[in-house]
Design a binder for this molecule. Structure first.
Ligand SMILES: Cc1cc2nc3c(=O)[nH]c(=O)nc-3n(C[C@H](O)[C@H](O)[C@H](O)COP(=O)(O)OP(=O)(O)OC[C@H]3O[C@@H](n4cnc5c(N)ncnc54)[C@H](O)[C@@H]3O)c2cc1C
Length: 432
């Protein structure tokens, strides 16, 4: 039976749900607080270039992402590129793009390298990720790689992605990360093949919006939902523009927001949702006339105000970027981190000052544009026994469903997992 359904949030989760539910003949309204669709995967302009606000790649193994891009008619628009990985450690930049380079990597002795390699290989073979949820990531990595390798390599990498919260994180996090990176490697060649759609997410999202319009989906931009509830056997959605009734409402916002906008949830449910801790990000995009390195990702193990370097132009054709290089400088932080209160100018000084020190060939006068994205909640911290705390999709308010990134339990946050989560909801028999 065709239903009248509201979806709150137009990130990839909301978009995928809207596409599938409208394909099935339902009448769908998509509410988005921002002035554009896409959420974390949205595009913006930096200088004269329009590209992703946060760096995004697709892996060859991301079949759900590829499936949705195919479904909106852009499947043939992927470019697949072999990329290289760098490591900045002890003030020097090393290539770590193949096994030979790994064996030559000077900061670790032979035994350390063998143990590091064995840890990664072992993690790639583990299937029972729930057992890893019971152990802290630092204890697990120290056990398999040794204390020295943990301090020299793993700890800086964990801090890069989790800040000091790595101490509360389970080993399932590193398992999920390693599983994804293994999948990224073309098994025969042992090389990383990463992909992007020509035109970036801006193009993907534009086409997504067209498909949704063709399906009759109403996209309500700049409509922050302030309340979702149920009265007289009907669900309702409240925004600054007033109240509308629906048969069902799917809330895709993060759990903390869901707890606030659905006041009729039971107290215990609200507490459960509010207790899920998310990490945020401060992510600078720098448009530069010249590349700073040949690496798509440079992992940094030295102290630095940003915790990695992603050079998009090592993946994306520079013609897409007005002939420039595009470099992202991310720092993952907790939502009360002082970095959030720094101005763009302060961050520009801090971040570019560090690039100056790291890359002697980098010249500030070649920077065309600098822009900062700040998001206080990006992904849930995978704490010990996290999966036991995950909220269900059905809640205590009839006809209202919660589908959000906190329900990704055995993977890292990426578009592929996001689309799979939407599929899980759609095949779960919640809406029939
Ligand atoms: C720095 C960074 C790098 C990434 N790199 C990759 C990558 O390389 N490859 C990859 O596959 N994935 C990557 N991802 C992950 C990918 O972006 C996410 O998996 C995906 O975008 C999550 O979609 P979502 O719909 O779950 O959440 P979101 O994108 O957060 O969408 C939620 C939406 O809800 C809206 N909203 C919130 N509150 C309200 C309200 N009250 N009313 C109405 N609307 C509301 C928000 O504005 C937002 O648009 C990256 C993410 C980040 C941050």
């Amino acid at each position: 039976m065709s239903k009248n359904i509201a979806i709150i949030g137009s990130g990839f989760l909301g978009l995928t749900l809207a596409q599938r539910l409208s394909d099935e003949g339902n009448s769908v309204t998509l509410y988005e607080a921002a002035d554009r669709i896409g959420g974390l995967a949205s595009a913006w302009s930096i200088g004269d270039v329009t590209w992703d606000r946060h760096y995004h790649v697709t892996l060859l193994s991301d079949s759900a992402t590829r499936g949705i891009v195919e479904a909106i008619g852009l499947g043939d628009e992927f470019e697949w590129v072999e990329t290289k990985t760098g490591f900045f450690t002890d003030g020097k930049l090393y290539s770590m793009s193949n096994s030979l380079e790994f064996l030559k990597f000077p900061p670790l002795g032979l035994i350390g390298k063998l143990r590091l390699g064995a840890t990664i290989f072992y993690a790639s073979k583990v299937r029972d990720w729930k057992a890893l949820e019971k152990v802290s990531v630092d204890a697990w990595l120290t056990k398999y790689s040794g204390k020295k390798t943990f301090e020299k390599i793993w700890k800086p990498l964990l801090r890069a992605k989790l800040g000091d919260s790595y101490k509360k994180t389970s080993a399932a996090f590193i398992w999920a990360t390693i599983q994804r990176m293994y999948a990224a490697r073309n098994s025969g060649l042992k090389k990383e093949m990463f992909g992007y759609v020509r035109g970036g997410y801006s193009r993907v999202l534009k086409r997504f919006a067209e498909v949704l319009h063709e399906n009759g989906v109403e996209i309500e931009l700049s409509r922050r939902v302030t309340e979702v509830g149920r009265e007289n056997e009907r669900c309702f959605v409240l925004t600054g523009e007033g109240r509308r009734e629906f048969d069902e409402v799917v809330v895709t916002c993060n759990p903390g927001i869901a707890a606030k906008i659905i006041p009729s949830l039971e107290e215990e449910e609200k507490e459960r949702l509010s207790r899920i801790k998310y990490l945020g990000i401060v992510c600078a995009s720098v448009l530069i006339r010249d590349s700073i390195s040949e690496f798509y990702v440079t992992n940094i193990t030295d102290e630095s105000p940003f915790t990695g370097i992603i050079e998009m132009s090592a993946l994306v054709d520079k013609e897409e970027l007005g002939g420039n290089a595009l470099v992202y400088l991310p720092k993952y932080v907790e939502k009360d981190d002082p970095l959030f209160s720094k101005t763009d100018d302060e961050l520009e000084d801090l971040f570019l000052g560090e690039l100056d020190k790291m890359f002697p060939q980098f010249k500030r006068e070649t920077v065309e544009a600098f822009r900062v994205s700040r998001v206080k909640e990006v992904f849930p911290l995978p704490e010990i026994e996290y999966s036991t705390r995950v909220p269900g999709m059905k809640c205590s308010v009839d006809g209202v469903y919660l589908v959000n990134s906190s329900q990704i339990t055995n993977g890292t946050l990426n578009v592929n997992e996001t689309v799979l989560l939407a599929e899980k909801f759609l095949t779960g028999g919640f809406i029939d």
